[in-house]
Write a protein that binds this ligand. Structure first.
Ligand code: IMP
Length: 197
């Protein structure tokens, strides 16, 4: 059994990552290790913020840490909201306000292509840093749909699918999503490490 701290306070990310990882990897959330501070995302890239979260926790606990940062990049908006995805609508930002602003900014825009990008960072017990990226392309719909998921899921329809993420079961989203891809790469890495060492 391997214990990993997942440096997130987002219950949705925790649920998705837990359901992806095999049973012999035990994931502890920040809540479970009693870490209550907010880790401020002060870096200018998704990679930078992912590393920042992992390092902040590793430096305190000196245990294997997984962190991830995710951004939504909209092509017609030159990659915005990108690193600002969580706080797109400014002070008091939440999923509804963020989606409303994005739909407004894309009003009358014919190119609605976008991608979700996740960068996962793993710091192993000996301090080695490893990163895993997951990207999924899709389009921003013109209206919100579906009841599931979180964040921008009601307005993101992955390429090749007729449903938005919010209309998919967790399991189906996990197979194809940015986070699913990044975490699957991480699992493959861990398996290789275990068979080598
Ligand atoms: P962060 O990675 O915690 O900074 O989150 C970035 C932003 O992206 C937040 O507004 C999340 O709600 C949103 N987000 C992260 N992952 C997903 C996802 O899988 N679907 C929809 N929105 C997401």
């Amino acid at each position: 059994m391997m214990e990993i701290i997942f440096a997130t306070s987002n219950a949705n990310k925790l649920r998705e990552v837990r359901s992806l990882l095999p049973d012999d990897i035990m994931v502890l959330s920040l809540k479970e290790i009693n870490f209550k501070d907010e880790i401020e995302e002060t870096k200018s890239t998704i990679e930078g913020n992912s590393l920042l979260k992992a390092k902040t926790i590793f430096d305190i606990y000196k245990k294997p840490v997984l962190a991830e940062d995710t951004g939504l990049e909209v092509f017609a908006l030159n990659g915005e909201p990108g690193v600002r995805t969580a706080r797109y609508s400014g002070d008091g930002a939440n999923a509804e306000k963020n989606m409303n602003l994005l739909l407004k900014n894309l009003k009358d825009e014919s190119d609605r292509s976008a991608q979700f990008k996740t960068v996962a960072t793993f710091i192993s017990a000996n301090g080695g840093i490893h990163t895993f990226e997951g990207i999924i392309r899709g389009v921003i719909t013109s209206d919100k749909m579906g009841e599931g998921g979180f964040g921008y899921d009601p307005i993101f329809k992955p390429a090749g699918f007729s449903k938005v993420f919010a209309d998919m079961a967790d399991q189906q989203k996990n197979i194809i999503s940015h986070r699913g891809i990044a975490i699957t790469k991480f699992i493959r890495f861990l398996k290789e490490e275990m068979t080598e060492g």
